[in-house]
Design a protein around this ligand. Structure first.
Ligand code: GLP
Length: 238
C-alpha cells in the first residue's frame, strides 16, 4: 500500500519483527557501507530478535548509531547503551552501535560530538525510528521544529513514564538527534506496533503536519516506509 511517497507495510503481529527485518534489509541493499540510525523502546525489540534468530549481520562497513540516549550520570541499567548491549551485541551484528555517553559530564558537548560523528560519515542513509505515545521521534518531543538539530532535551512526563518502573525518579533529560538529521536521511523506516499506537500513528500519517506531533513531519519525507502491525494500523485510513 502506498500513500503519496509513504509506503506502508502491514504485518500480522507475530510477523512484525520478521517483516521489519526484511524491509530494513531491502532498504539497506541500496547503500554501500550504510550509515544507520537505530531506535530503542519496546517496538524494535521484535526487529532485533528477528535479527538474532536469523543471525542477521549488517552489511560490511555499516556504521550504526543510536538515535537518542538518556542523560544518566549514575545509572547504566535502563539506558539505551544497556539496551543495545542486550539486543544488538557487537558479536552478533558485527558492528557496534555508537551512542552518546549517558554519563557525560557535559551532555551538550557530548551530543555535539556524537552528531559530528554522524555528520562526518555523511549523515544517515537509513534512519529507523519508532513513535512515542505523544508522537515523538527519537527524543524530539512535541514542540520540536522540523529543522531542530541534535541537542539535549527535557523529556515530557509521558516519555519519562516509559522508562522501567525501577528507575525512580526517571531521567529528566535526554540527548537526541534532531528532526533535521532524521529528515535528511535518504530513507526513513518508521516502526509501530500494538493497539496503543493506533491513534498517534493515524495522527502522524494522516493528520496535519504539526510540531505538536513531530512524527507528522515524516509525511514530508520523500522516502518514508512504515512497517506496522495490524493493531497499530487499525486507526489509519490512507
Ligand atoms: C523512546 C525512544 C524512542 C522510541 C519511543 C517509543 O522514547 N527514545 O526512540 O521510538 O520510546 O517507544 P516504544 O517503542 O517503547 O513505544
Amino acid at each position: 500500500m502506498t500513500n503519496g511517497s509513504i509506503a506502508v507495510v502491514s504485518a500480522a503481529p507475530e510477523q512484525f519483527g520478521t517483516i521489519a527485518l526484511a524491509t530494513l534489509r531491502d532498504l539497506l541493499g541500496g547503500f554501500d557501507e550504510p550509515v544507520v540510525g537505530l531506535p530503542t523502546g519496546r517496538t524494535p525489540v521484535a526487529l532485533y530478535e528477528a535479527m538474532a534468530r536469523r543471525q542477521y549481520t549488517f552489511p560490511p562497513g555499516a556504521r550504526l548509531f543510536a538515535i537518542d540516549e538518556y542523560c544518566s550520570p549514575t545509572r547504566r541499567e535502563g539506558t539505551n547503551a544497556a539496551f543495545f548491549d542486550r539486543f544488538l551485541p557487537r558479536a552478533s551484528c558485527h558492528a557496534a552501535v555508537a551512542l552518546p555517553r549517558a554519563d557525560a559530564a557535559d551532555p551538550h558537548a557530548e551530543v555535539r560530538r556524537f552528531c559530528a560523528a554522524i555528520a562526518d560519515v555523511g549523515g544517515f542513509d537509513v534512519a529507523v525510528v519508532g513513535i512515542g505515545d505523544n508522537g515523538h521521534v527519537a527524543f524530539n518531543e512535541p514542540g520540536s521544529a522540523i529543522d531542530s538539530g541534535c541537542r539535549v532535551i527535557e523529556l515530557t512526563a509521558s516519555t519519562r513514564a516509559q522508562v522501567d518502573a525501577t528507575w525512580t525518579p526517571p531521567p529528566e533529560t535526554g540527548m537526541t538527534v534532531g528532526m533535521a538529521q532524521i529528515m535528511a536521511a535518504d530513507q526513513v523506516l518508521l516502526l509501530a506496533s500494538g493497539p496503543a499506537k493506533s491513534e498517534i500513528l493515524s495522527a502522524a500519517l494522516t493528520g496535519p503536519v504539526t510540531d505538536h506531533v513531530p512524527a507528522s513531519f515524516l509525511q514530508l519525507h520523500p522516502h518514508l516506509t512504515v512497517v506496522a502491525d495490524a493493531l497499530a494500523l487499525s486507526g489509519v485510513s490512507l
